[in-house]
Design a protein around this ligand. Structure first.
Ligand code: ACO
Length: 157
């Protein structure tokens, strides 16, 4: 029997920039896959500052047994009032494939149930692993917006 993982979900603050930065540094395969430059600490500081000004956007550190294992960025009431959209779920590369991503999605669903009717996930780039993951955790492919964005959907009711 698989034991489900419990994560603590901690809202990021301006002080979280170094830990979020380390997480990105620990995910070189993902950064290469999306063709991005490795972000600097200042890039992350700016990004978290942008997040702070958007009250609908929620960024969470994912902690497992007091260790930061991932990052989750989603937006409530987007693209419509009754939906939320995940723009990034990032699990430390050395810890992927151990049920942490699935636990994060399940806990987010529990948090949103009763408030939101639908949960979207937007996959950037040709990230086939991510697409398989979203399907595995119960999302269905909805549409592609151009060649680089794929929308996945899971009803929350
Ligand atoms: N191919 C097929 N199945 C997969 C894959 C894969 N590449 N990755 C995970 N799964 C399956 C697992 O087998 C598991 O199935 P099971 O429950 O039947 O055993 C299920 O999905 C859950 O797997 P987890 O171990 O919870 O996945 P993980 O902790 O590795 O999290 C994630 C998945 C978030 C994609 C992680 O690997 C990651 O951070 N990757 C790099 C960043 C990334 O691509 N994030 C997603 C971007 S898109 C977005 O966030 C909207």
């Amino acid at each position: 029997m698989k034991v489900s993982v419990h994560l603590d979900l901690l809202p990021v603050t301006a002080d979280s920039a170094p830990v979020v930065h380390s997480l990105y540094l620990n995910c070189p395969t993902y950064i290469a896959l999306i063709g991005a430059e490795t972000p600097t600490l200042n890039d992350i500081r700016r990004e978290l500052e942008t997040l702070r000004h958007d009250t609908r956007r929620q960024a969470l550190l994912l902690l497992h047994e007091d260790h930061v294992v991932g990052f989750l960025d989603y937006k409530v009431a987007y693209p419509d009032l009754h939906s939320a959209t995940i723009s990034l779920l990032l699990i430390d590369e050395s810890l992927q494939g151990r049920g942490l991503g699935k636990a994060a999605v399940e806990q987010l669903e529990t948090l949103l149930k009763g408030r939101m009717d639908r949960l979207y996930a937007v996959v950037y780039g040709s990230n086939e692993q991510a697409k398989r993951f979203w399907e595995k955790v119960g999302f269905s492919h909805l549409r592609d917006s151009g060649p680089t964005l794929s929308w996945y959907l899971k009803p929350l009711k």
